[in-house]
Design a protein around this ligand. Structure first.
Ligand SMILES: Cc1cc2nc3c(=O)[nH]c(=O)nc-3n(C[C@H](O)[C@H](O)[C@H](O)COP(=O)(O)OP(=O)(O)OC[C@H]3O[C@@H](n4cnc5c(N)ncnc54)[C@H](O)[C@@H]3O)c2cc1C
Length: 384
């Protein structure tokens, strides 16, 4: 097993011990039936890992983004998948940084204890895609309430979440202005099957993703996060955390694949010698390993900047880009190393291969990261 980082050793040992109770057969069986990993999420919550970013005064573990990234990396490295629960970590910042004291007091203790689940993040819509500013879901003020109408797509884990962080237009969309969007924290429990309809979408990975329809949903004005019209700004702020944490999941996947392919390459004998003697097997793995190390260095820098309240947008984007490419390279190399056995469900490679492909597209596509770097860092004219 390659060890590239020596930080948070106790945390790593703890999460590794927990993950041992959820072997690859657990994830494989869930994947086959597209079921949610409830017992895993329960244990993760009980151990305090899921509440790592909630401050101690609200009952959380009060750790930082680097610790959260270590937790997700280790889950992925063990063959598991953090998609079941990672949203709680990366959307926490919006509530902590911009939410009212009333919202924090009302929800954070119960989220930390696991009595309340905050796992759904509703941004993407069928007709706006990557162009977030043009979403159609509206939240119209009526006295002390907002009336919400519209549709979201790819809202993952909504069926396993009590609360949703929702982005909606509080004013008519204006192509030039960015202050028409607002962010809401909504308790969905009483509305499911009435004003909120959730429809699961079956996908190539076990991701519990859904589409959600809002039909005249009335919520109190106190559900708004921060100020009306600043939702897009708050989302952008939170996206850096999301990118860093997804980069960590990719690094976990990359290390999983590198562990598997080096072990298999050394022990599988064909033509009376290990296949790992062939450079056609060695070099792609060595290349993926190098890319993993590079991604990890940028991730460490990004986490360090984030945890010291400095701007980490460039590092968050670059680490997500490099890590998603490294995990995909490692997945490809591992498929080739395992040959025909890579296709057998029993070996788990095909499942992890499907899972790690997602990160080239969601939660942010590689294209949009390259566009960000081109426009914001390199100074090219905007392409859209
Ligand atoms: C399994 C899964 C889970 C998800 N979970 C969530 C969730 O919980 N919450 C949520 O809100 N969303 C979620 N998403 C949505 C995800 O964030 C989007 O799919 C992703 O951002 C891409 O948007 P899109 O699918 O609409 O693609 P589109 O915007 O239609 O883009 C299609 C392709 O065109 C490219 N493209 C578009 N415009 C440009 C441009 N200007 N320059 C360069 N390339 C461009 C894109 O990069 C992409 O490759 C999830 C998606 C999946 C598949």
């Amino acid at each position: 097993m390659i060890e590239t980082n020596k930080d948070w050793i106790e945390l790593r040992d703890g999460i590794r011990a927990m993950c041992k109770r959820f072997p690859e057969s657990y994830w494989r069986d869930l994947d086959r039936e597209r079921k949610y990993p409830s017992s895993f999420v329960k244990d993760l919550t009980k151990a305090g890992y899921l509440s790592c970013l909630i401050p101690k005064k609200y009952g959380g573990s009060g750790l930082n983004i680097r610790a959260a990234s270590v937790i997700l990396e280790e889950i992925h490295r063990s063959g598991g998948n953090g998609a079941a629960c990672h949203a709680q970590m990366y959307i926490m910042g919006s509530l902590l940084k911009h939410g009212s004291n009333e919202l924090k007091e009302k929800y954070l203790y119960d989220i930390a204890s696991g009595d309340l689940r905050l796992q759904a993040f509703g941004v993407t819509e069928p007709n706006s895609g990557t162009d977030t500013l043009s979403i159609k879901t509206s939240a119209i003020k009526n006295g002390k309430k907002y009336i919400i109408n519209g549709q979201k797509i790819w809202t993952s884990r909504a069926e396993y979440s009590d609360l949703i962080l929702l982005l909606a237009q509080t004013q008519k969309y204006n192509k030039v202005k960015k202050n028409t969007l607002s962010l809401f924290l909504i308790d969905m429990r009483k509305h499911i099957g009435k004003e909120i309809l959730i429809k699961p979408i079956r996908t190539m990975v076990n991701h519990s993703t859904t589409e959600i329809f809002f039909d005249n949903l009335e919520v109190s004005e106190s559900c708004i996060i921060g100020e009306e019209g600043r939702g897009f700004e708050y989302i952008l702020d939170g996206l850096n955390a999301e990118r860093l944490l997804i980069a960590a999941e990719c690094i976990g996947d990359a290390k999983y694949f590198i562990d598997k392919s080096t072990e298999y390459g050394n022990q599988r004998n064909v033509f009376n010698r290990p296949i790992g003697k062939n450079q056609s097997i060695q070099f792609p793995i060595a290349k993926a390993y190098s890319r993993t190390i590079a991604a990890e260095l940028v991730l460490l820098k990004g986490c360090n900047l984030f945890d010291t309240q400095k701007n980490c947008a460039e590092e968050a984007n670059i680490s997500k880009l490099l890590a998603a490419e490294a995990s995909w390279d490692a997945a490809e190399a591992t498929m080739q190393t395992f040959g025909g056995f890579a296709f057998s469900e029993e070996y788990n490679i095909e499942r992890k291969y499907r899972e790690t492909r997602l990160y080239q597209i969601a939660p942010v596509s590689t294209n949009m990261i390259l566009a960000y770097l081109s426009h914001k860092v390199l100074g090219f004219p905007r392409s859209y």
